[in-house]
Structure formats: structure tokens, C-alpha cells
Design a protein around this ligand. Sequence first.
Ligand SMILES: Cc1cc2nc3c(=O)[nH]c(=O)nc-3n(C[C@H](O)[C@H](O)[C@H](O)COP(=O)(O)OP(=O)(O)OC[C@H]3O[C@@H](n4cnc5c(N)ncnc54)[C@H](O)[C@@H]3O)c2cc1C
Length: 460
Amino acid sequence: MRIKAVLGVWLSGITLAWMAVAPPDLGLSALVDAQGAAVGWWQLRQHAMYLSGLWSISLMALAMVLALRLALLDRMMGGMDQVYRLHKWTGIAAALTAIIHWGARESSGWIKEIWGRVGKPAHEAVLPWLTDGRGFAKDLGEWAFYLLLAMVALTLLSRLLPYKHWRLLHRAMPLLFLALVIHAVALMPLSFWALPLGLLMGTLLALGSLAALWSLAGWIGRSRNHAARIHSVQVLGDAGTDAPIEVICAMPPSWRGHRAGQFAFVRFDAAEGAHPFTIASAPHALGNSPQGEPLLRLVIKPLGDYTRTLHRRLRAGQRVDIEGPYGRFNGKGARRRQQVWVAAGVGVAPFLALLEARQPGVAAKVSALAAVQMHYCTRDARHDPLLARLRTLCAQALPSVRLTVHSDAQGQRLTPQDLQGLPGPLDIWYCGPQGLGDALHEHARGPSPWRLHRESFVMR
Ligand SMILES: Cc1cc2nc3c(=O)[nH]c(=O)nc-3n(C[C@H](O)[C@H](O)[C@H](O)COP(=O)(O)OP(=O)(O)OC[C@H]3O[C@@H](n4cnc5c(N)ncnc54)[C@H](O)[C@@H]3O)c2cc1C
């Protein structure tokens, strides 16, 4: 809803600013005049081309700024996951409006074929020092448009390209944006640089270009990056290469702490780049290293190409860059609602931190917390390396956390219907695979008085 509202306000703002500089009647009184000239059609084509071009480049500028992971945007959107979702939908909207722009441009062929070229407006004057660049700017825009479409298609059709190759390709988006800025500046009519559109577009293109250069320089998240050290690494359980690993990180003095339930972007290896992992320990719960560095825990499951290699790569003493913390997954809902935590697989990580924050001696303001019903879904409870710790943490939690374990191997799969019997309106905190999250979401949208909290990251 918030995403639709932002995009709606954005497009309306650009449209209003364009209307302020466009001719009052838009020249559309008759699409074809008495002499058979398609004056109105040519005007319509021209307006559609300009307006959709403004929409598209401004949306791309917004997407560039959203990619910066700014704390201000995190606050405004109610979480970094929402910023990511807006970034994705802004990119899709930019591609769709670019298709309209391209379609309007190509429509000259059939207007000419049906009515002839009479009535076609002459080229609009552009910024004087760019007049000779028209041909180059057109070609540049056309190629950048094809590449933009290819990029959006590869994003949506995730089967076509593995995530890690897609991510490398995606890092070239700022270059594409800068090419489209050249296209827009060189071809935007001189009249559009008048107030208010000129100021609006000038600001957006400048901000978007700065964001693109920032991103190309690899400076995103720089102010929140901390050069930490691996304190220890341990493989959990006996499932061999499928076993999760626990990495304890020693944080430098620049680290200002985190809240239970937050995550960070973690870079073990400069060539690989950062991956998001939950901080699976409560603040201060692990104490400090002998050198006085605060410690925090990551629990990493080998879910993909890179994470499968980590148990071989990581050693105590290695440098690790930790950017964050981010996120608002705090497990606290409205007091009058029953709090339900649902964890599946490694989605248990934020709950480990929330549970540690409830342990005697660590818990700061117990009175501000409510009792919780927790559901943990695991493949096989008999071999789950995290279950014993989870049971102990739940047994000692203050206020109480009642744990129910659903073991797939024993045919105890959790369904939304299993939660229906719980009394009162529910606040459900979910972390785990997309499928179960979507099933809970569907149920929460129905007649049940549920409120579902989950960080819906759309990394692609
Ligand atoms: C907020 C958040 C918190 C997470 N916390 C944990 C945790 O505590 N423990 C844990 O084991 N896993 C966690 N994950 C998942 C973890 O980030 C991915 O499993 C990991 O990045 C996979 O990398 P890969 O290269 O091995 O997998 P790949 O095979 O390359 O990719 C598998 C999937 O992982 C995701 N992914 C891969 N690389 C990245 C990346 N650099 N950034 C974002 N997503 C990526 C993509 O959705 C991709 O489709 C978390 C994810 C998010 C979004």
C-alpha cells in the first residue's frame, strides 16, 4: 500500500510539474484536422513521449537514491525491507514507463503511414550547447533502454540467471542510469527547464547521478561499515556440509551496538561482497573478547553456492566487514494481543537474539515485554543442532516463552490453521522461508484477527 502511494504521489508530482510548462490546450482539439492532417496525433505522440520520459528517468533517479541504504529512508519507510521493495517496484515502474516512451517514439511510423507527416512538430529547441549531440543522445538512450529491459527481465525471471551473476550485472545499473541522464538532458526541450519542472528535474537528475557515482565507487553503507575480526568459528551439529556454522565476531570501538532481532550486511571476502545475516545474539549477551571488543554471533546455514563454502573459508582472526545494524524485527507487538513467534529453519536466528534478551540477568525491562507462544519448524528435531539451545532459552525466558516444535520428519508440519485455536487477536512474528510466510500472510488477510510482522526482503 505504502509503495503504491509513494509511486502514485511521485508520478502525480512529475505530471503536475510538466503540466505547468506544457501548452495550456496541449494542441489536442482535433486528432485529425479538416485537411486530413494528423496534427492532434502528432501532438499526442509528442506529449506521451516527453511525459513518459520524465516519469521514467525520475523513477530511475529515485531507485538510485533508494539503493543507498540511507538511515533517513529506513525511518521514513518503516524498515529497510520496505526501502528494498520500493527500490524494486520503482525499477519496474521505470522500465514500464520507458516502454511507453519507446512506444510513443516508434508510433511515428504508423502515424506517417496512415495520415502522412503533415502536422509533425519540428524538433524542439534544447540546451544550446547540446544541439549537436541529438543523434548521439538518441542512440545512447535506445541502447540503454534495451539493456534496462534486459536487466528487468533477468530480475523477474530469476531462473534465467543465478543470483550471484545477477548481482554483478545489477551493479552496472548506475552506468545505465548515467547514460539515460545524458539522453534526457540532451533531448529535454528548453521550455522544460523553466520553473517548476526545470528545478525538479535538475534536482532529481543531480541527486540520482550523485547516488549512481556513490554506488559505482562502492561507497554504499560506508558510514555504517565496521572492520571487525572473526573471534571463533564452529560447525554446529554433525550434518557435515549441510550443518550451519556459528561465527562469533569481535567488533571494533566504532560499533555502537544493535537491538535484538536486527541484521547486518557481512563481507567475509571483498571479491564476494556483502550478504545479509541476522545478529543471532542479544546486545551484551556474549560479553567482550580478551581485548575488550564486544562480541556478537552469526548463525549461517549453507543455503547457496557461497554459504556452502564458508565452513572451509573462515578462520579465527580473519577480518570481516560488518555493515549495520539494520531492521526492526523486535518481537514486541500490541500488549492486548497474544504474541506468537514462528521460526522456520535458520529463520530462528532473530528469535535466538530476542530470547537471549529475555534471559535472567540480561533482560533490562522485563515489564515492557509480554509472554509469547513460540512455534519452531525444523526438518528433523532429532538432528537439529540449534534445538537444545532454543529449548533452554525458552525455558528460562522472562516473561515466559512457550515452545512448540514442528518436526517435518515426524510429519508435524505447521499450517496457519494450527494457530487458529490460539485465544485472542494475534501478533505473529515470522522469520523463515517465503512459502510458509506467504501462507501466513494469506491467512492474516482473511477474516482472522491476525497481524503478521515479517521482514519481506526482495533482494531480486
Ligand atoms: C535480512 C536477512 C537476514 C538473513 N539472515 C540469515 C541468517 O541469520 N542466517 C542465514 O543462514 N541466512 C540468512 N539470510 C539468508 C542469507 O543472506 C542467504 O542465504 C545467503 O546470502 C545466500 O548466499 P549464497 O551465495 O550462498 O546463495 P546463492 O545460491 O547465491 O543464493 C541463494 C539466495 O540467497 C539470496 N542471496 C544470495 N546472496 C545474497 C546477498 N549478497 N544479499 C542478499 N541476498 C542474497 C538470494 O535470494 C538468492 O536467491 C538472511 C537474509 C536476509 C535478507
